[in-house]
Design a protein around this ligand. Structure first.
Ligand code: ABU
Length: 865
């Protein structure tokens, strides 16, 4: 590299030494009389080591044009046109030096001919100070179209902006909407990139990144890779292009899936040349590999229809002359299609000389009418300069580069050509006329991998849905649950007359069943997702889920809760109060109704203020296993969410949570209470334990695993199903068993169970029965006492009789017995039937006593009930 720079320095020094002698007269205008020669100055980039050295082919082309112009008798009559020129190396500093040498040394130059953009920018800006018109054959910089900055500048080279509509057209054709730009930090490329950005953005193409470099593109290319750029527009001179290509190879930014747009004016084989001189770290093969398949866009610089041009020759004839001239000058590679730099632009240089000659000719004629001559031009003469400017502006002719005309900004209008490097050769893919937006395409492009590369990795969003098996299984269980609930409803209605059913509040049980049906239905809704519900209807599903599950919970749990609440109330009253308190169904309905009202209020406010919508949770990208396409999968999961989701869920969960905790407390408190009025209170309590514990666990766990659709659904669905089934089983299985075991229970006269009066009468009778039982017990106690006394007396009498033998005691003893019996009868007066008189018999005193006792010990309750 250093050696290369040294050689550049030497060449520059040599150049500067030679400059003064060359410009100041080394070029002999020939044998012509100096008075009859019109001089123009030329600045050609030829021997430089960077930038564009198109003077190599353009200078011979300009000389051919000069020759042709001077041969024309009808042009610049009486004058010969002379070109005083030098090499700028495409270095703006040297270009300025050449210009000063040209201007400060006689003869006066009427116009200037410029080369590459960097030099043209320098001389084009300065030329107006000398009233000089500058015509450039090799400047593409869009900046040069700025008339304020370059008021006397014309060019036969189209502005680089003509490539941009072509590039954008191709991007749209191939569906690329994201591109990157890599540019060399030169005004020509900066302004081209700026124009490309505007053109692309206007057409919906996003600029992913724009990387810039001065000399070393290493970091810029790495940045492109980091940005995952796929479609890249490269804007740089050919020397930089080789460095870029080497970096492209090193960073593997070529081949399948990558498309590079290069500038089309590099000469054939540009990527194979000067690799050693430029000390590139890439081999020839590597450069070839990296270059394969790239696209180029370039303005068409050779007239495509072989018409006779202004110089009475065709473009093809000119090509042959030029190639011969170049061969004569030592460019022997021409035989192998290896052209010197600027070969493509050579027609532009040829036509530039022609346009200058034509403009001078028109001006000369105008000046002649004014009695003036072009020889009167001085660097301070703006009048003649203005006339040359006007003539240039009006110049129009068919040149070897095509129709030549200048826009108001001094630029050329042109078609563009698109080429691709296919197997080491540039193949024309098509032409584009930016003015009519007409793309002629030959469909010969070739893409590695056989497919048009993508501008990015295609991200396919994939909805994570609940596994179908799980959904079907849970749905079947829920459907079964609904059928069971309906069966139990039927059972409850059919056997509502049974005492066991009546004492368990069938209305309350039916509400529980209704709630269970809603809860089972909510399992279906929880399992429905994007697989079944279109995106636009998902919000309805969210709402339905919230309402149905909330209502189901309030009905099922609310009825259990209100039952246990009643049980607790009854158990905390005194026996008498408890007997007075009736368990009316409306109280249970009211409590469940209150819970539903709370649900309606919370859900309505939620829905009205901050309705739930479908949101998508995205997961890290996944690489699909079944394709080698540039595709990645973005898993997504649907959720129902509001803006302030946590607040709404928190409110709903707090209310339900409080009810659950209160239910747990009441169930615990009433665990040993046994009431006739609510005969299944302990089972209800067990149901509440079950529901409360499951809900308190399930709600937070479901929220925690909400990103795992299967786990979340399975957890919620199983909890709902388990709660419902267990509650139904606890409440109804004992009743079903009772019905099965005792199918013939007496049917009450009233279809709907006892009335309130009947209930009260029943309780009064039970109380009375209890009193009577007590009385009977007392009487039995008394009878027992009497029996003992009788037995003792009989025993004493027997002993007396045995000792006296003849004593008759029977009448006395019977009298006494009758007295005792009468006393007992008196005490039982009004309660028992009077005892009929018994015949006295001394033969069987014991049997007389025994016959009397059963008559007193009758069952009172039987007579009342
Ligand atoms: N076609 C060559 C353009 C060179 C330049 O604009 O500097």
């Amino acid at each position: 590299m250093r050696r290369f720079q040294d050689s550049v320095m030497w060449r520059k020094l040599l150049f500067v030494l030679l400059l003064s002698c060359l410009v100041s007269g080394a070029i002999d205008p020939g044998a012509e009389d100096e008075e009859k020669v019109l001089h123009i100055g030329g600045i050609f980039p030829i021997n430089g080591t960077s930038g564009w050295q198109g003077g190599q082919a353009c200078q011979p082309a300009a000389m051919l044009a000069l020759q042709d112009v001077n041969e024309r008798a009808d042009l610049l009559k009486g004058y010969k046109l002379n070109l005083v020129w030098n090499d700028s190396l495409c270095d703006p500093g040297l270009g300025a030096a050449v210009m000063y040498e040209l201007l400060y040394n006689a003869p006066t130059k009427l116009m200037l001919l410029g080369g590459c953009s960097t030099v043209s920018t320098t001389i084009g800006e300065a030329a107006r100070m000398w009233n000089l018109i500058v015509v450039s054959f090799g400047s593409s910089s869009p900046a040069l179209s700025d008339r304020k900055r370059f008021p006397t500048f014309f060019r036969t080279h189209p502005s680089a902006t003509v490539h941009n509509p072509t590039r954008v057209k191709l991007m749209k054709k191939f569906g690329w909407t994201r591109i990157a730009i890599l540019q060399q930090a030169e005004e020509v490329f900066i302004s081209t990139a700026e124009d490309l950005e505007i053109e692309a953005t206007m057409n919906g193409v996003e600029i992913l990144t724009r990387q810039s470099f001065l000399n070393d593109p290493t970091d810029a290319v790495k940045n492109l890779k980091r940005h995952d750029a796929r479609i890249i527009v490269g804007l740089f001179y050919v020397v930089a292009a080789r460095r870029v290509l080497c970096e492209i190879y090193k960073n593997n930014l070529y081949g399948k899936g990558k498309v590079w747009f290069f500038i089309g004016w590099y000469e054939n084989g540009w990527y194979e040349r000067h690799l050693k001189e430029e000390e590139l770290n890439c081999t020839l093969d590597q450069m070839r590999n990296a270059a394969e398949g790239h696209l180029t866009t370039e303005a068409i610089m050779w007239n495509r229809d072989n018409k006779i041009t202004i110089s009475n020759t065709t473009a093809e004839a000119f090509r042959k002359r030029l190639e011969k001239e170049l061969f004569n000058r030592g460019y022997e590679g021409i035989l192998d299609d290896i052209f010197p730099e600027g070969y493509q632009e050579a027609p532009l240089a040829y036509d530039a000389i022609w346009s200058m000659a034509l403009a001078l000719n028109v001006t000369m004629e105008k000046l002649a009418q004014q009695g003036k001559s072009l020889r009167d031009f001085t660097y301070s003469n703006s009048d003649i300069a203005d006339q040359i400017y006007e003539a240039m502006n009006a110049t129009q002719f068919l040149g070897v580069s095509g129709p030549v005309a200048f826009k108001t900004d001094g630029s050329r209008v042109a078609w563009t050509q698109v080429e691709q490097l296919i197997r080491g050769k540039y193949e024309v893919l098509g032409y584009y006329d930016g003015q009519t937006d007409n793309l002629t395409w030959f469909e010969v492009e070739r893409w590695e991998g056989g497919k048009v590369p993508q501008d990015r990795t295609i991200i396919k969003s994939e909805l994570r849905t609940i596994s179908l098996g799980l959904f079907i299984a849970m749905s079947c269980i829920s459907a079964f649950g609904i059928l069971v609930s309906l069966f139990l409803l039927l059972f409850s209605c059919l056997y509502s007359h049974r005492r066991m059913m009546r004492m368990s509040h069938p209305a309350c049980n039916n509400v529980t069943l209704g709630g269970s049906i809603l809860c089972f239905s909510s399992v279906f809704l929880l399992g429905l997702d994007g697989r079944f519900i279109p995106e636009e209807n998902f919000a309805y599903l969210c709402t339905a889920r919230a309402w149905i599950l909330s209502f189901g919970f309030s009905l099922a749990y609310g009825s259990l809760f209100s039952k246990i609440w009643r049980v607790h109330r009854l158990s905390t009253k005194s026996k008498v109060e408890s007997k007075q308190i009736s368990v009316d169904p409306w109280k249970i309905y009211a409590m469940v109704g209150a819970m539903l009202v709370v649900d309606v209020v919370v859900l309505s406010v939620w829905q009205g203020v901050d309705p739930m919508v479908r949101t998508l949770e995205t997961f890290p990208l996944e690489i699909p296993l079944d394709t080698d396409d540039d595709v990645k999968i973005m898993p997504q999961l649907e959720h129902c969410e509001s803006t302030h989701n946590n607040i709404w869920l928190g409110t709903l969960f707090s209310i339900k949570g409080l009810l659950l905790i209160l239910g747990l407390f009441l169930s615990y408190e009433t665990r040993s209470v046994k009431l006739d009025k609510i005969n299944d209170s302990r089972l209800v309590g067990m149901s509440i334990y079950n529901v409360a514990v499951l809900c308190i666990i399930t709600a937070p766990v479901t929220l925690l695993v909400s990103s795992q659709q299967d786990a979340s659904f399975a957890f919620a669905a199983l909890s709902i199903i388990f709660c419902c089934f267990l509650s139904m089983a606890l409440i109804f299985v004992p009743k079903i068993v009772e019905v099965v075991q005792n199918p013939r229970e007496r049917v009450d006269s009233t279809e709907h169970g006892p009335s309130r009066e009947e209930e009260e009468r029943y309780h009064a009778l039970v109380a009375e029965n209890e009193d009577m039982q007590k009385l009977i017990s007392e009487k039995e106690e008394m009878i027992k006492l009497l029996k003992e006394k009788i037995a003792q007396r009989n025993a004493a009498k027997a002993r007396e009789a045995a000792s006296l033998n003849h004593v008759v005691a029977a009448p006395e003893s019977q009298t006494r017995l009758r007295q005792v019996s009468d006393a007992a009868d008196k005490k039982d007066k009004g309660c028992a039937r009077p005892t009929p008189p018994r015949p006295n018999s001394t033969d069987a005193p014991a049997s007389t006593d025994a016959a009397m006792v059963p008559r007193i010990n009758f069952n009172i309750s039987e007579s009342y009930l």
